[in-house]
Design a protein around this ligand. Structure first.
Ligand code: PMT
Length: 219
C-alpha cells in the first residue's frame, strides 16, 4: 500500500528547464525533460501532500492531483516558486534553471551578417539563483537541492550544499545519455553529515527515496 506520510503537508517542486529568449525565434535553454521533478510531485501527491509543481516548458502531462504553475524564464520561475515556498513544508529544486540570460531580448529577429553579425555577440547576464534566494529565507521548510555535475560530483555537491543552504543535495553526473531526459538515474545524497551512494533506479523510485530522506528532516 501507499504510505500517507505526507498527509497535511505542503510540498513545492521546481522541474524542467527554463527558456531565456534571445529574439522572437531563438532562446537559450537545456536538455531537462522534467521527468525527475514530475516524478517527485506525483509521488508526494500519492503520499498525501498538497503539491505545487513549478514547471518550465516540458511535454509531460500534469501529474494527477498536483497544482501545476507553468513558467518559461528563470525570473518567472522565481516568482512562482517564491509564492509556493512560503507555505511549503518541503521544497525540492529539481529544475535546470538557465544560469544566464541575454541582457536584452530583441523584438526583431537578429541577423547573421547584415547588421554587423549581431548573433556573434549576444551579451549574457546572470539569472537569480532560485534555490539560494529561497533557502536564505527558510524557517520550517526542508530544502532539497540538486547538483548536476560533469566531474568531481560529490565535492561539487558538497560546495553547493553549503553555498545554497540546502538540507541535502541530490547529486548526479550529467553528460551524453546521463540524467537529462533519461528514465532512470544514479545519484548521491549529500548532507552535512554523510554521503550516500544510491544504485541506478527509475526516476519514479528515486522520487520516493528523495521524499523518504526529506521526511527525516521534517520538524
Ligand atoms: O528533468 P530531467 O530530464 O529528469 O533531468 C533531471 C536533471 C538532470 C535536470 C536533475 O537530476 C538535476 O540535476 N537538476 C538540477 C539541474 C541543475 O541545474 O543543477 P545545478 O547544479 O546547475 O544547480 C544546483 C541547484 O540550484 C539545483 O537544485 C537547481 O535547481 C538550483 N538552481 C540553479 C541555478 C539557478 N539559477 N537557480 C536554481 O534554483
Amino acid at each position: 500500500g501507499v504510505r500517507r506520510d505526507l498527509d497535511g503537508r505542503r510540498v513545492m517542486v521546481t522541474a524542467g528547464p527554463t527558456v531565456e529568449p534571445i529574439d522572437p525565434v531563438r532562446y537559450i535553454s537545456n536538455r531537462s525533460s522534467g521527468k525527475t521533478g514530475y516524478a517527485i510531485a506525483r509521488a508526494a501527491a500519492l503520499r498525501g501532500a498538497d503539491v505545487t509543481l513549478v514547471s518550465g516548458p516540458v511535454s509531460l502531462p500534469a501529474p494527477e492531483g498536483v497544482r501545476v504553475v507553468r513558467v518559461r524564464t528563470a525570473h518567472e520561475m522565481l516568482e512562482a516558486a517564491e509564492e509556493a515556498f512560503r507555505d511549503a513544508d518541503i521544497a525540492v529544486f529539481a529544475a535546470a534553471v538557465a544560469d544566464m540570460r541575454p541582457r536584452a531580448v530583441s523584438d526583431r529577429k537578429l541577423k547573421k551578417s547584415l547588421d554587423g553579425d549581431e548573433l556573434g555577440a549576444i551579451e549574457l547576464v546572470e539569472n537569480p539563483d532560485i534555490l539560494a534566494t529561497l533557502a536564505a529565507r527558510k524557517d520550517r521548510q526542508v530544502v532539497v537541492g540538486f547538483a548536476a555535475e560533469t566531474n568531481d560530483v560529490v565535492p561539487n555537491a558538497e560546495a553547493k550544499l553549503a553555498a545554497k543552504r540546502a538540507d541535502f543535495v541530490v547529486a548526479n553526473q550529467v553528460g551524453e545519455g546521463m540524467a537529462f531526459g533519461t528514465d532512470d538515474n544514479a545519484v548521491w545524497f549529500v548532507d552535512a553529515e554523510e554521503v550516500e551512494e544510491l544504485p541506478r533506479m527509475p526516476k519514479s523510485r528515486l522520487a520516493d527515496e528523495i521524499l523518504d530522506k526529506a521526511v527525516q528532516f521534517l520538524r
